[in-house]
Ligand binder design. Structure first.
Ligand SMILES: [Zn+2]
Length: 436
């Protein structure tokens, strides 16, 4: 059934299945449902953004003798929802990470990562933290819940991740890296913070991609000495937002240099005729101890009346020049992309996670985030690599339309392959009476 391209959906799902089959099963009695079937069923739900998928596919199996979780996601036996939750809750999240790395490697081997290169062969990974789950007052916390006290002294439990994604300002696809959970660490009662989770993520990013020339991009909470040192220790470059309110010493230096008129400046009109101003300055101390030196740059955009529409400032270890400053500023400003494209998917979908699948006792909610991101990864690879998927997506016009049509098709009919499903729904479809 597998098609030739290593980037076909069928082959990527087989890869996920191969990794899921390696997960140790510690259940003592012979289980009714396997770990791989549970994870693949959940992946199918997220792929189609269809919370009722298990039920519809079970009905198809009863009536037609087969179902789409079997034909498209290689699920041998669809678990009951409660069983699925229990099984996925027990899986250590680390077992899902290699699937991300393997997809990344396949993209690389097929020369698709080159499209993401910026600044002389470097790759830009945007870091960001997000909350994906907040419990209501009556719910019990799980083992990995973070807690905080609200104004009325009530305790609120929540989950947060730090995410990294490979982006390029001019490429619409976004490649996710397996996120790091912000959580209470073993043996520690102190709550972990976003920066510590980001440090763990950076180490893992380096060990997954030791030969990649990576630039980390992040907001102002990352432009501090420990984070900058962590980036450099892992041989990464960085472009972090650095606001004047949080870098008083750095900006005192800068204002002295400005008085001497020693800040480099370059101006250029954008395609709409608005004026862009780039400024930069090298070798400034990030902190008063002057142990960590950084380069600073800014970007301003003025409309035709001369009113400033946008302004931001960054620190980096890359040396800004007149030749690269525009690309540096584009890379710095690229952060909105992960917020708009990646986290919207997660957050909107997080709503479903919370309400339809539950929170679990151990790893359930984080594993669901990982599977959700893995389905997002599958969509992104198809957008980059599969002409049939690209054509189908273009015909559907919107993402909502695309998935809405797919959901209708899989709820009623069993499809032998991804090609058959996409071709029939989006390309060859003609109005007809009853089933095809
Ligand atoms: Zn929890």
């Amino acid at each position: 059934m597998a098609t030739e391209s290593p980037l076909s959906l069928q082959n990527l799902i087989t890869t996920a299945r191969d990794f899921f089959c390696l997960i140790p099963d510690h259940r003592t009695e012979k289980p009714e449902y396997s770990i791989e079937d549970s994870l693949l069923s959940a992946l199918g739900m997220f792929f189609f953004q269809e919370p009722s998928m298990l039920q519809f596919q079970k009905e198809l199996r009863e009536n037609q003798g087969d179902d789409n979780l079997h034909t498209l996601f290689e699920v041998a036996k669809i678990p009951k929802t409660t069983q699925l939750r229990r099984i996925v809750d027990e899986v250590k999240p680390e077992f899902l990470f290699p699937v991300f790395d393997s997809y990344f490697k396949t993209l690389s081997q097929n020369k698709l990562l080159q499209r993401f290169q910026i600044l002389n062969g470097r790759y830009l990974f945007v870091l960001d933290g997000t909350e994906y789950f907040v419990s209501n007052a009556t719910e019990k916390p799980c083992e990995r819940c973070l807690k905080r006290e609200l104004k009325d002294e009530k305790i609120q439990y929540y989950h947060q991740i730090v995410q990294a994604a490979l982006i390029k300002p001019s490429v619409s696809a976004v490649i996710p890296f397996a996120p790091e959970e912000v959580c209470v660490q073993d043996g520690s009662t102190k709550q972990d913070c976003e920066v510590n989770a980001a440090k763990r993520l950076i180490k893992r990013l380096h060990s997954s991609h030791p030969h990649m020339d990576i630039i980390l991009n992040g907001d102002d909470i990352f432009s501090r000495v420990p984070m900058v040192e962590c980036a450099l220790e892992n041989k990464f470059s960085f472009i972090f937002v650095a606001k004047d309110s949080s870098h008083i010493h750095l900006y005192e230096w800068l204002s002295g240099i400005r008085k001497l008129d020693n800040i480099s400046k370059y101006e250029k009109k954008d395609p709409e005729g608005n004026l862009q101003r780039f400024e930069w300055c090298c070798d400034l101390p990030l902190r008063s101890d002057a142990k960590t030196m950084v380069n600073w740059f800014s970007y301003s955009l003025f409309d035709k009346k001369g009113k400033r529409k946008y302004y931001n400032t960054w620190v980096t270890n890359i040396i800004p020049t007149k030749e690269n400053i525009e690309e540096l500023a584009n890379a710095g400003r690229a952060k909105w992309k992960i917020e708009n494209e990646t986290f919207n998917v997660l957050k909107n979908y997080g709503y479903h996670l919370e309400h339809n699948y539950g929170h679990g006792k151990k790893n359930l909610s984080f594993n669901f985030v990982l599977l959700n991101l893995l389905s997002f990864f599958l969509h992104q690879i198809q957008r980059l690599a599969t002409p049939l998927f690209q054509l189908a997506r273009a015909k559907a016009r919107t993402g909502y339309n695309f998935f809405e049509k797919l959901r209708s098709a899989i709820d009623f009919f069993v499809w032998e392959s991804w090609e058959q499903l996409l071709e029939w729904v989006f390309i060859k479809r003609k109005p007809c009476r009853g089933p095809p």
